[in-house]
Write a protein that binds this ligand. Structure first.
Ligand SMILES: *[C@@H]1O[C@H](CO)[C@@H](O)[C@H](O)[C@H]1NC(C)=O
Ligand SMILES: *[C@@H]1O[C@H](CO)[C@@H](O)[C@H](O)[C@H]1NC(C)=O
Length: 503
């Protein structure tokens, strides 16, 4: 998925001007680009940026639909008045990022198997230490995968026929076992619990499943939510992730539309839930507590009895007491940026969060929100970044989930595109890296222009078409940047920005 940021005032008045001009087609193109690129609004941290009265059922998709229909001002949509940004010094994010050490060495020969993966959405460890991944095989979350009421549109295709769950031997990457055929439609979260049960979420089915160890006989031991029925209450809407306490109580992050976390007893009785939707996902610095713009992944911090959530479009980690859901702390860093896809906890070095972020559409318009896609290691004590990591010390494109061993020595990253599982080993243990390392997983900044959970159509592997596409986009971008600059300069004084999230 990607963020669409929209300015109603800009849209309507400039549309009118466009219609009056000869170059309607060019203007529409520019408008299209405008809508795909974040406007240069710089927001201070302000609770007024977040709607407190948004009914969680009246979710972002409906709002988006209103705006696409041009009815953004009416029908209950709330006008947002952005505060004037103060002049601030622009920290050199790029320089600061370059200063961060790489403490993990990429294992570019891992995994040694011939399995062709689809988009890899989740990674966890089973009790034997195998690296267990969840992938989408031949399915892609695109713009038509769901309608604007979050209903899955491709049920007719039936479930994914091949194995969606693979367990890889950590040393070699050889497949130890696989399962999850003919069941899932759009895999998302996977967590192996302390008893080796496997918890999975499917965003198309809007359900959460607990399977016996290694999938058992292929039938879930526990199912929550109603198949293909998005909703709130006891239904889910694109649930993302599960975390399980030692006593069997578990948490569900739900998810793309409801933006809440629910706690259940080990038998599946609801104990409590919390969280509200942040209308506009954007960190600028951090949103108020308990607001989510997609709780996208969960991890436990047993030492502090915390449950932490990747608050994806707010670019932060929020942690809560696992006993009663009370907010405890949050972690955000400008070097990580405005989108934080997943995190995993390791008690190593006094307690660290290993984090993966995601691409944004800034493309240099907004220097202080310069963004690079990396893995990051954050000390929970100091709240400072300790190091970064990436394939061959370069960037990722669309990392989606991360797992770290308890000793902090190995990190695994699931990536949507390229469709990969990556392994990293701590520098103190790693063999020297091959110098002929390929840089397959890093392309131009253009590939960051879109991205998110759905693999953007333009970023899917079509090597020859891709080059043409990138070239065209660069041309388009160059042309539109000048127009953007002019428009933004005029609009800066009174921006009524809205944000929307495609899912
Ligand atoms: C990076 O590593 C070098 C050498 O190990 C060390 O001196 C330096 O302090 C490290 N920098 C950071 C930001 O941790
Ligand atoms: C939650 O638990 C903490 C510590 O156990 C306690 O201090 C706090 O008052 C509790 N909050 C609620 C709302 O029960």
């Amino acid at each position: 998925m990607y963020i669409r940021r929209d300015s109603k005032a800009m849209k309507s008045t400039d549309s009118a001007k466009c219609l009056g001009s000869k170059s309607l087609a060019i203007c529409c193109l520019l408008l299209h680009l405008l809508l795909c690129i974040r406007p240069a609004v710089s927001q201070t941290q302000s609770p007024s940026r977040y709607l407190h009265n948004v009914d969680s059922n009246n979710n972002n998709n409906e709002r988006l639909h209103q705006i696409l229909k041009g009815s953004g001002a009416g029908s209950g949509a709330t006008q947002l008045n952005w505060p004037q940004p103060p002049k601030q010094t622009v920290p050199d994010v790029k320089t600061e990022l370059a200063k961060l050490n790489n403490t993990y060495v990429y294992q570019n020969a891992w995994p040694a198997n011939n399995v062709k993966l689809g988009a890899v959405t989740a990674v966890s460890f089973d009790k034997a230490g195998n690296v267990v991944i969840f992938h989408r095989v031949d399915r892609v979350w695109g713009q038509t995968t769901f309608d604007n009421r979050n209903q899955y549109q491709e049920k007719y295709r039936g479930p994914i026929r091949e194995s969606t769950v693979l367990a890889l031997e950590p040393a070699t990457g050889k497949v130890q076992y696989d399962w999850g055929k003919n069941f899932f439609y759009m895999p998302h979260g996977l967590t192996v619990d302390p008893e080796d049960n496997v918890w999975l979420t499917d965003v198309a089915m809007h359900q959460v499943f607990k399977f016996p160890p290694r999938g058992g006989d292929g039938k879930p031991a526990l199912t929550l939510g109603d198949a293909f029925q998005p909703g709130s209450g006891r239904k889910f809407c694109k649930p993302t992730s599960v975390a399980v306490l030692d006593n069997g109580d578990f948490f569900v992050a739900d998810g793309y539309c409801n933006a809440r976390i629910l706690k259940y007893s080990r038998t599946g009785e609801l104990i409590l839930f919390w969280g509200q939707n942040t209308f506009s996902g954007i960190s600028y610095d951090v949103a108020p507590q308990n607001f989510f713009a997609i709780p996208h992944a969960l991890t436990l911090v047993p030492e502090l009895q915390l449950l932490c959530a990747a608050d994806r479009e707010n670019g932060r980690v929020q942690c809560f007491l696992s006993s009663n859901g009370t907010f405890h702390s949050q972690y955000h860093n400008q070097l990580i940026g405005d989108r934080l896809f997943s995190m995993a906890y390791t008690p190593a070095a006094g307690g660290q969060l290993v984090i993966v972020n995601g691409p944004t559409a800034e493309l240099g318009i907004h220097p202080e929100h310069y963004n690079e896609v990396h893995g990051f290691v954050l000390s929970m004590r100091s709240k400072q970044l300790v190091s970064k990591f990436g394939p061959n010390n370069l960037q990722f494109q669309n990392p989606h989930d991360v797992a770290v061993t308890a000793d902090g020595n190995e990190i695994y990253v699931a990536e949507l595109n390229p469709m990969r599982i990556h392994k990293f080993v701590h520098r103190s243990l790693a063999k020297p890296m091959s110098l002929s390392a390929s840089k397959d997983s890093r392309d131009s900044a253009i590939s960051q222009a879109v991205g998110g959970d759905q693999v953007p159509a333009m970023a899917v592997h079509h090597p020859s078409g891709k080059a043409i596409l990138v070239a065209s986009l660069m041309l388009l971008f160059a042309g539109s940047t000048f127009a953007l600059a002019l428009i933004f300069a005029r609009r800066r004084k009174r921006v009524h920005a809205r944000s929307q999230i495609y899912a």
